[in-house]
Design a protein around this ligand. Sequence first.
Ligand SMILES: [Zn+2]
Length: 343
Amino acid sequence: MNKSDLRTKFQDILERKNIDIPLVGTATTAGILDLMDISGTNRPEADRDPVKMAKLASSLHTVAKFEVIRYPFDVTVLGEALGCKIDPGTKARTPSIISHPFENKPEELQIPGNLLERGRIPVVLEASRLLRNEMGINVPLVAGLEGPADLASYLCGISSFLMWTVQKPELIKEIIDKCIDACIICANAYLRSGADAVVMADALSSPDMMGPDAFRQFIKPGLMRFTSNVDGYSILHICGETDSIIPDMLECGFNAISIEESVKDLEYVVELAHKNNTAVIGNISTSRTLYNKDENDVRKEAFGCLDAKVDILAPGCGLAPETPLRNLLAMVESRNEYYRLKY
Ligand SMILES: [Zn+2]
C-alpha cells in the first residue's frame, strides 16, 4: 500500500467513507521485546525518553510493517501526572500504579492547571512531535491515554472506586467528571502535538469488571462529554466481553471502537457499528494467539476478522512484551493474502 496514502486512508476509515481494504495496525499498547531489540530502545527508557519512545513506536511501522501505530506503551501516564506513584517496570514488565493518592481524601481531587507539564505527559507530546515532523515515516499516529474508570481507580483504589459506585454515587460522578476533564486536556494536547487520533483505553469499564448499568450511569455520560470536547479523531477501547455495552459504546460519539476477541458475535458488532457510522478495530486474540501461537493461527483468526469486515485489523488488546514479531508480520501478510485470494 502506498505509504503517503496511509494517513488519508486512516481518516477515511474513521469518517466511514471510501473504504476498500482495511489497514493493519494497533490502537492498544504494543511495546514488544523483539522490537526493543531490533530498534535498540528498551523500556523503561522508552517509556520516559521522547526520542526512545518515538524510535520504538516507529519500529512498529518500519519493522513490524503496521500501518497504524500506537504509543505510549503503557496506560499509567495520566495517573502518574495526577500524583500516583508508579513502578517503572523493566524491559519485560510494563509500568504499574503503586499508590492511590486520593483513596482517603477523594473530595480533594483537583486537576492541576499545569497538568500538561507533569509526569510523562511532556514525553508523549515530544514523541508525537518527533514522529510527526522528524522521523519521516508519515503513518497514522494513535496516542493513548487511560479512560475515566481506570484513572479514577488509580487515584482512589479499585475497591474503593467499585464500592463507591454503590454507596456514594454522587461522589463517583464528581470523580469521573474530574477525570474526564483531565482526559480532555490531555487528548487535545496529544492531537495538537501531531497525533492523528487519540485512543482512550478503559479496562475497568468492561462488563467483566463493572456492571453494564454502572457503565451507563457513571461512565457513558463522561465519555459523551469527552468526545464532544475533543478536537479530533477519537477511539474507545474497552476490554473483555463487551457485547452488553456495545450499543452504549457506539452512542458515545467515538469515531471507532477497539474490541477484544471475547465479543460473542464480531460480525453483528461490526454491522451495528457501521450502521452507527463508527469503525471497528480488532480483534486478534493477544493472549491466546499473538502471544503463543504461530503464523498459521494468526492467519486463521485474521481471516475471521476480515470476513466480519473490521476496518482496522489489530490485536484485540495490549500485546504481551514476549509476543513474537513474526506474528505481527503475519497480520499484515494475512491481510494482503486475503485480498489477493478474494479480489
Ligand atoms: Zn483491552
